[in-house]
Write a protein that binds this ligand. Structure first.
Ligand code: HEC
Length: 185
């Protein structure tokens, strides 16, 4: 068994109740970036499946356990490891996550090629070299409780996000991207 497979087999199920490992124990910046993206995507998916149940009310408390918990974990990983994590979407909910030009191009690329699962890029900023790892985020059934039809969005979302664009998705659709930036060695 490859080390990474063994690692995910052991750790991924543990993340739900002890979300404090994957992104923090890998060594190279590249491994950290991949582990962080993987952890965040898996975490959101597992939490949505756990807390969105047929017939159960979906409100701000539910949000705090799903995308809200994910946001906190993003901050925690950033503080502990120094990687820079960003979510971006052309149909964004939080205005801070509106895709810029380069992110739009990446989203179009993932949209055009459904089999594309990751993109690595290198770039320079203020004389320093960086690597950026980007993964697509796909919509699952449980996400539709808050990212489905415009009218069926929970009330707190309608009230809190007047410029919301993150609705009207279908299962399997591209919700957006997650990018993790690390220093190039
Ligand atoms: C209980 C409601 C709820 C559920 C369920 C939910 N989300 Fe969200 N999601 C939100 C809210 C509210 C935000 C805005 C958070 C913020 O202010 O940063 C958000 C933000 C996001 C973002 C950040 C980009 C943006 O538009 O601001 C992504 C990506 C995302 N959700 C993906 C998903 C996926 C994928 C699922 C299912 C696995 C999911 N969400 C399930 C409520 C939800």
């Amino acid at each position: 068994m490859r080390l990474k497979t063994l690692f995910s087999a052991l750790l991924a199920p543990a993340l739900l109740w002890a979300p404090a490992f994957a992104a923090e124990v890998n060594n190279t910046p590249e491994e950290k970036a991949m582990a962080a993206a993987d952890e965040i995507i898996t975490m959101r998916s597992e939490l949505a499946r756990e807390f969105i149940k047929p017939g159960a009310a979906v409100d701000e408390e539910t949000f705090k356990k799903v995308c809200g918990a994910v946001g906190k974990r993003v901050k925690e990983i950033t503080e502990k490891t120094g990687v820079k994590i960003r979510h971006a979407a052309t149909k964004n909910r939080n205005p801070a996550n509106a895709a810029d030009g380069r992110e739009r191009a990446l989203i179009e690329k993932f949209e055009a090629d459904k089999s594309l699962s990751e993109v690595w890029e290198e770039f320079e900023s203020e004389g320093k070299a960086f690597k950026r790892y980007t993964r697509p985020i796909h919509v699952e059934e449980a996400c539709l409780a808050c990212h489905g039809a415009k009218e069926s969005r929970p009330e707190f979302i309608k009230a809190k996000y007047p410029d919301d664009l993150a609705y009207g998705f279908k299962e399997g659709g591209l919700r957006g991207i997650i990018s993790v930036t690390v220093p190039a060695e």
